[in-house]
Design a protein around this ligand. Structure first.
Ligand code: BGC
Length: 452
């Protein structure tokens, strides 16, 4: 047995509510902004929506079987806020809570530890109508909702995450308009970012009033490298790093705004105010890091607002979402967190890759050698970070199932388990089998080379 992963290391996989559940309005649930966004023509590839997705709302028991077959020790999923609170605030929906309650019980029966993300991008439409994350009250709406969840699952959920990737919500949803709510304003992006931070802080405060587990934040990190040694490219990479990597972590873990951010936002810039700053910076139990790729950045005046755009590196492998496969970046990202922010316990809360898999499956298994190699190389990179002293507590593959990949709809597959969306038939991919071996051997299987 490999001794390099801590004994109680969590081997997990992750999903999110809108991406897998389907049945968005079932059992008294309210619509979310993602339901609306997906139902607005032109927003999603092929006009796909999350109406059925992986039908997990009805097939969750089968999906827990798949988790057990892989041997998962943990499962990270998100709650749909509008299933729990159809209006976003006020009266909880017993059927919505009951769905998650049954899922959590079943996970425990199978020895799988739940990690619950409170917000993975789907905001109740009723709150969107009140301005969504632009409304200063959004922080207390979120804290009230978080409290409903903390109470409902007290004693059964030990690991909580407040927000998933707030940077993507602000940048993709409010600045570039490619994600819900589909706005395009730098002023809104700055406000949304501030309120997301405030919401995180407010939820942690509520959690601390009746602590019953651990709470963290999930961010996506990408080391930013300059495309050339030129001063302009180096400065571009530094701006991109401030905007994507430090924008949320500096206020949360250092208590101050990231250097360079005010310049990037220009007159749209809004900093946190006094009391909020302390609430946002309060102690966290862990940080979740989602890692997919690095960014090689070149100076580009037309790239709004960071004046830096990503360039492709010749000779490197890229995934179907056009992300460079760069496992060393994972080691670097984890070590960077330790060096910059100190020894906070870390989880890799997402890591994985989209490569083309067939839509329909003939046999009992799917060969996905590129994904197998991706997982091996990234898990080795995670192990290297542990060797370098990073307090890494677990790893969650993205994703358990092929699912609704946001604006790409069902055209990009990230699953360990294949989903035939026409029949809802699940089939284990070679990467699922491989991950099972890694888990079974507690990482020792990583020492055996794989073909790619
Ligand atoms: C998100 C997931 C998404 C994945 C792949 C992350 O940014 O948290 O919801 O599916 O990346 O794009």
């Amino acid at each position: 047995m490999s001794t390099e992963f801590p004994r109680d290391f969590l081997w997990g996989a992750a999903t999110s509510a809108y991406q897998i559940e389907g049945s968005p309005l079932a059992g008294g649930a309210g619509p979310s902004n993602w339901h609306r966004f997906a139902h607005t023509p032109g927003n999603i590839t092929d006009g796909d929506t999350g109406d059925l997705a992986c039908d997990h709302y009805r097939r969750y028991a089968e999906d827990v079987d798949w988790m057990a077959r892989i041997g998962l020790g943990a499962y990270r999923f998100s709650l749909s806020w509008s299933r729990v609170l159809p209006e976003g605030r006020g009266r909880p929906n017993p059927k919505g809570l009951d769905f998650y309650s049954r899922l959590i019980d079943l996970l425990h029966e199978r020895g799988i530890e739940p990690m619950v993300t409170l917000f993975h991008w789907d905001l109740p439409a009723a709150l969107e109508d009140r301005g969504g994350w632009l409304n200063p009250d959004s922080a207390s709406w979120f804290a009230d909702y978080a409290e409903v969840a903390f109470r409902a699952f007290a004693g059964r959920v030990r690991l909580w995450a407040t927000l998933n990737e707030p940077w993507v919500v602000s940048d993709g949803g409010y600045l570039h308009g490619v994600l819900a709510p589909g706005h395009r304003s730098l002023y809104e992006a700055a406000l949304a970012a501030r309120n997301l931070l405030r919401a995180h802080g407010a939820a942690v405060t509520r959690f601390r009033s009746e602590p019953q587990g651990k709470i963290g934040l999930v961010v996506n990190l990408e080391p930013k490298d300059p495309a050339t040694g030129s001063a302009t490219d180096v400065a571009a990479a530094t701006r991109a790093d401030a905007y994507m990597n430090r924008q949320f972590l500096d206020p949360v873990l250092l208590g101050s705004a990231a250097e360079g951010l005010a310049e990037i936002y220009g007159d749209a810039w809004v900093d946190l105010e006094g009391g909020d700053r302390a609430s946002v910076a309060q102690r966290l139990d862990f940080l979740g890091v989602n890692y997919y790729t690095r960014g090689v950045m070149s100076h580009d005046e037309s790239a709004w607002p960071v004046r830096a755009s990503r360039v492709k590196v010749e000779g490197r492998l890229y995934t179907e979402t056009d992300w460079e496969v760069h496992p060393e970046g994972l080691t670097r990202a984890l070590c960077w967190v330790k060096e910059r922010y100190g020894d906070i316990p870390l989880y890799i809360t997402e890591n994985g890759a989209a490569f083309p898999d067939p839509a329909r499956v003939a046999g009992p298994r799917i060969e996905d050698p590129l994904r197998v190699a991706y997982y091996r190389d990234h898990l080795l990179a995670a192990r290297e970070a542990i060797r370098r002293g990073v307090d890494l507590r677990g790893y969650f593959a993205w994703s358990l199932l092929d699912n609704f990949e946001w604006s790409s709809g069902y055209s990009k597959r990230f699953g360990l388990v294949h989903v035939d969306f026409a029949t809802q038939r699940r089939t284990m991919k070679a990467s699922g089998h491989y991950y099972r071996e890694v888990i079974r051997s507690h990482g020792a299987a990583l020492d055996v080379p794989v073909a790619s």
